[in-house]
Design a protein around this ligand. Structure first.
Ligand SMILES: C[S@@+](CC[C@H](N)C(=O)[O-])C[C@H]1O[C@@H](n2cnc3c(N)ncnc32)[C@H](O)[C@@H]1O
Length: 374
């Protein structure tokens, strides 16, 4: 067995042992499809936050390509960052394309429950690795993959061809789906969406499934929805899933608002018993519920800040919380924490999600409580 095959087998064994990869068809796909072919070059994060290039002649190329980790392939929507990284050794920037973490890919592919003959639309082609897994199991004639970045798509198409797959690859805005290939039995979003796009509802066949992540800085959710009569209804999955957002769903206002919160004069300043970790760390259990109450907030660390597009902000340092703007966001988080405890600390998989053309909301099982998406 060559080195790549050995490392791949080890990765697959670990995904199977962790219970995230179960269906023998997907196990076989992960065993057979060579991830490194889709990752001739990628960027790894250094402790100082800068990104360092890894090319196929790097001694750790294969080990990194077969680690259960995201491999970033583009920063700031601009391929020049890669050229610059090669020239200078490291660059800074925000990831805008990648091969996602194999664990989350496996969770989503299992949740997709695609059967032979199902037509699948993948939104976010990225490196093409996930499209190759879909082709391996379903056949290339069943797979359509769309990416907004033509350069990213061209590289993915080439990598797919070199691995022997020729799915329909489309350069375009996945928020609009791809009507010529509709209806799809399965829609898989591999970039996060702030709300389920109307085109996905229209282009999914009756009884078909949408699996995607909802793009929220606090309380992101991986959802699996069945489409019927133009509406999608389903569950938040127990696993936490975070993806880079669909381009148009990025929080364009966030950087400036979070920067302002560093030095802004607070309307109130007081102590709090609610820790920043409780609100921001998915492992703490409350984070998903906090996200329902806080809505579309942006988050930064050191010191921890929250900001909302309406101008509300929080600065949390030690046990002291400063707040400003039209709404006291930390008061909202504290009230949500009290409600969460009163409800018996429900976990994320106790929530349903419904998307219709006129509105989208989460709902807690066994209650009449709902939380609309903004
Ligand atoms: C996490 S990567 C996808 C990973 C990919 N499935 C793979 O296996 O490598 C997210 C991708 O979504 C793409 N993207 C962002 N906004 C998009 C949009 N509006 N329509 C289609 N693709 C989009 C980005 O260009 C990026 O390549």
């Amino acid at each position: 067995m060559d080195v790549a095959a050995h490392l791949r087998a080890r990765l697959v064994d670990s995904l199977v042992a962790a219970g995230v990869l179960r269906d023998p068809r997907w196990v076989d796909a992960f065993r057979q499809v060579p991830r490194h072919v889709f990752l001739p070059g990628f960027l790894v994060r250094r402790p100082d936050g800068a990104w360092e290039p890894v090319t196929s002649d790097h001694p750790d190329h294969l080990a990194l390509a077969y680690a259960d980790d995201v491999c970033v392939t583009q920063l700031d929507n601009d391929d020049r960052a890669w050229e610059q990284a090669l020239a200078t050794g490291a660059v800074t920037g925000v990831p805008t394309s990648s091969s996602s973490m194999p664990t989350i890919m496996a969770i989503m592919l299992e949740a997709l429950a695609a059967r032979p003959g199902d037509r699948v639309l993948e939104v976010g082609t990225g490196t093409g690795y996930n499209a190759a897994l879909l082709c391996h199991v379903l056949g290339e004639g069943s797979v359509t993959s769309i990416d907004v970045d033509p350069g990213v798509l061209a590289r993915a198409r080439a990598a797919l061809a070199s691995a022997g797959h020729h799915p329909t690859c489309v350069a375009g805005d996945g928020e609009r789906g791809h009507a010529p290939g509709a209806p799809y039995d399965r829609v898989l979003g591999t970039c996060a969406v702030s709300r389920i796009p109307g085109a996905w509802l229209e282009q999914t066949a009756p009884g078909g499934l949408i699996v995607t992540t909802l793009n929220r800085a606090v309380g992101a959710g991986l959802v699996r929805l069945t489409v019927r009569d133009g509406r999608a209804h389903g569950r938040v999955l127990p696993e936490d899933g975070r993806f880079m957002p669909l381009r148009a769903h990025r929080q364009a206002w966030a950087d400036e608002a979070l920067h302002r919160a560093l030095t802004a004069t607070p309307t109130t300043s007081r102590t709090t018993l609610l820790s920043a970790r409780d609100v921001l760390d998915p492992a703490a259990g409350f984070e998903f519920f906090a996200g329902l109450a806080l809505g579309d907030v942006a988050v930064a660390g050191d010191p921890v800040r929250l900001a909302h597009a309406d101008g509300s902000w929080v600065r949390h340092r030690g046990a002291v919380v400063d707040q400003g703007g039209p709404r006291a966001l930390w008061d909202v988080a504290e009230a949500a924490h009290r409600q969460w405890r009163a409800l018996g600390r429900p976990r994320r998989d106790r929530f349903g999600f419904t998307a219709t053309p006129s509105g989208q909301h989460f709902a807690l099982d066994g209650t009449a409580l709902t939380w609309p998406l903004p």
